[in-house]
Design a binder for this molecule. Sequence first.
Ligand code: NDP
Length: 331
Amino acid sequence: MIRSILLDKRPVGKPLLTDFQFVSEEKPAIQAGEILLKTSYVSVDPYLRGRMKDAKSYAPPFELQKPMRSGVIAEVVESMHSGFSVGDHVSGMLEWKEYQTSKGEGIYKVDANKAPLSAYLGVLGMTGLTAYLGLSEIGKPKKGETMVVSGAAGAVGSVAGQIAKIEGCRVVGIAGTDEKTEMLKSEFGFDAAINYKTTGNMRKAIDEACPDGVDVYFDNVGGSISDAVLVKINQFARIVVCGVISVYNETSLPQSLSVQPFLVKNSALMQGFIVTDYTSKYPVAMKQLSQWLAEGKLTYTETIVEGFDQIPQAFIDLFDGKNKGKMVVRI
Ligand code: NDP
């Protein structure tokens, strides 16, 4: 028998363990043209919260009583498919199951000799691509500019900040613990970092950390943190609206700054970003991220939780900031 995790209830507010259900089922058997995949690593991501709602978005909602799915790294343990051999590792949007079959559609091989497998869910996966493409397509950081990134110690934020450093920017990160703000400066080379939970006055903290104003804002969180940054933007600033984790669990529409005056008077650009709009650019982005990693210009951290039964808790913990870098579950 194998285990599988279903969405049992649509969460109201912060997700609870009781919103998920573990079920046991027969280990699936493959047929001609299929492979059997054994799950190795499961990615938990804030955007999954949006798919747990029954609301229109860029990705369809998860169905109740059906398996959750996210980025997964799996090993091919049986193959009746000409394109995959036993022992291959693959990445894809797969179900939260210990074993599952696949016809090979929408999955691609990853090389365990080139990078640790978990990296293909982070810096060499969706979150690394998000950081790279959010900046290359919208943020466009230039040498000498100041970039602020929120959610800075997370998977996307920590890579986005380092890329802006590579491009020659002054980089200021916003994160939720002193340990994280220290890490941003000592491990990732950020110029300054603000703990939004203890700073007391975010606007003053941004003023002090960004004496020349803000040219690029890579926003992963939205809400009042972003309001404090938006009042400090410079002429022709670019704001990458990548995520709004501070409102994902809200049950009513949040109150926010009226941003239009700040955009108009600064001729600024504020644009929503969804990484899957740029799939044609993934190969170029992957090549550059891999090269920076190999050259030691880019580094990454991850929080690896152990065990299939811990997947729901690891997901919930994202909303309490329990992760540094990419949150991944090893099975
Ligand atoms: P992270 O690794 O950044 O994990 C989430 C982090 O968010 C936590 O560690 C926590 O850090 C912070 N956080 C949680 N609650 C709040 C809050 N109320 N206010 C401020 N910060 C909070 O996740 P990802 O890097 O995977 O994702 C970051 C953002 O990017 C998310 O909003 C996500 O939805 C978005 N995203 C968007 C994509 C796109 O295509 N548009 C693709 C991938 C991600 P702390 O301790 O600092 O609070």
